[in-house]
Design a binder for this molecule. Sequence first.
Ligand SMILES: [Fe+2]
Length: 247
Amino acid sequence: MIDIHTHVLNNIRNDDGPRDINRSRLMLQKAAEDGVKTIVATPHMLTPIEGRKEEIMEAISLLNQAEIELIPGSEIFADDAVLKSDENLITLGDSNYLLIEFPRAELPGYVDEIFFELQTKGYECIFAHPERNGSVVSDPNLLIDIIHAGVLTQINAGSILGRYGKESKKTAQILLEHNMVHFIASDMHSDKNRYYSLKEAVDEASKYTENALDLVTTNPETILNKEYLEPGDPREYKKRGFWFFKF
Ligand SMILES: [Fe+2]
């Protein structure tokens, strides 16, 4: 398996990953035991940071991992200053894919323009954990136009397993059932409470989609091989009743 969203590096400015290198090693060990072969380290990029790529590369080389392939990346907050700073647009590995996160409560009105501008610069975009965003929880169909515009989505293993609450879990199920998910990733932050098994999440996800395993194998492999991943055709979610909104 390949995990494209993690906070496994320590001593990275603005990130909230492990507090020392031994904890980083423990996280990688747990991932390896789970069957993960490749991890993309994606520290938060909340504001422009000079020398960020070098900082990430140094942390990776200090870990000196043999068991797991560790690749540089970034989780880029959809902030104007960051998005306008080319040096800070760190892609996943050598691909041209960017992992983008939005404010948790609701999607900003300019979300389409953000993706369009990045695509115009030659990037492809991955929307990080939309199932945890208030706007998407209220209306999962918001993702249809976004995916039609060529954007891919990544949901968290913990959401599928219910670790972020009922709303994220239900939304993750809906997205999986309606062909609106391209990757599952751990988004792990520590060796303890925020590490969630990818394998267990894939098993659970397979109740809702036939291609659950692709979301941690062939799909991430395709983009890390610098190939284009077709976003596919999302299906509209039809609300079955008012009870869903009672959570
Ligand atoms: Fe993250």
